[in-house]
Design a protein around this ligand. Structure first.
Ligand SMILES: Nc1ncnc2c1ncn2[C@@H]1O[C@H](COP(=O)(O)OP(=O)(O)OP(=O)(O)O)[C@@H](O)[C@H]1O
Ligand SMILES: [Mg+2]
Length: 242
């Protein structure tokens, strides 16, 4: 059974068709990277799988259950693109609070270590740097010991070293059997982490494959080049239909 699935999912916001019929599955132990330009529908797909938005049509399941169900929520964690947590709580207080929502959370020290928060666990969230805040949000995503992680642009604003450190933590999570849906605009990140890349444009899946397969779509061997080729091809196709 896939850990998460979208079947024929559409999402309409008034006149905007954010998703126009998406089929997406994430298998156990798989890291899927969702790529696509601004406004393609990536965050919409993530929000539907988190039960934060309902599909207009089609079906979404997480561990075979509705995404908003308690069973699904207990087994997943998320780092959202625009996440806000109170500035007046300390790092460890945030983790303790979030951990209390779950039945089998990780031990506090394990979460602190896994998110690279050692030494700053007693600081107020509001006193942290942007990169440190991002690490706290990652800690909140993993503290419940989830089987599935949703990471929506998790490394935005991180310096090179911090990005690489987060990559290592994500790889560690996958190595322990976890599944991940990652969105990113950093194509080197998708290349470094993903088993499978799904490219969406204007609410439709326009390419899918391993990083190596996707790269064959470009004139050179780079993923960025292949991505631009796919975007150009699919935009032409959309114009021809219109
Ligand atoms: N709550 C909402 N109400 C109205 N329109 C929305 C809402 N959420 C998303 N949209 C629209 O749906 C489309 C897809 O947005 P989405 O956030 O899924 O894109 P994205 O691929 O995550 O883009 P980005 O790379 O910029 O994060 C956009 O046109 C956006 O304006
Ligand atoms: Mg987004």
């Amino acid at each position: 059974m896939p850990v998460a699935e979208l079947l024929g999912v559409t999402k309409r916001y008034g006149p905007v068709e954010a998703l126009r019929g998406i089929d997406l599955t994430i298998e156990p132990g798989e890291l899927v990277a969702l790529l696509g330009p601004n406004g393609a529908g990536k965050t919409t797909a993530v929000r539907i799988l988190l039960g934060l938005a309902a599909p207009t049509s089609g079906q979404a399941t997480v561990f075979g259950r509705p995404p908003a169900s308690y069973e699904a929520k207990l087994r997943r964690g998320a780092l959202l693109q625009v996440a806000k947590v109170p500035e007046t709580l300390r790092v460890r207080e945030h983790i303790e609070l979030f951990s209390s929502y779950y039945e089998k959370p990780l031990p506090l020290q394990e979460t602190i270590a896994a998110a690279g928060l050692g030494g700053i666990e007693n600081k107020l969230f509001g006193d942290l740097s942007g990169g440190q805040k991002q690490r706290v949000l990652f800690a909140l995503a993993i503290c419940g010991n989830p089987d599935l992680l949703f990471l929506d642009e998790p490394t935005v604003g991180l310096d090179v070293e911090a990005r690489r450190a987060l990559w290592a933590r994500i790889r560690g999570f996958v190595a322990r059997g976890g599944s991940v849906l990652l969105t990113t605009h950093y194509l080197d990140e998708a290349d470094a982490l993903a088993h499978r890349i799904v490219v969406i444009n204007q609410g439709r899946i326009v390419a899918e494959g391993t990083p190596a397969e996707i790269k064959t779509r470009g004139a050179s061997t780079g993923l960025e080049d292949a991505f631009l080729t796919i975007m150009k091809d699919t935009e032409q196709a959309v114009e021809e239909v219109a």
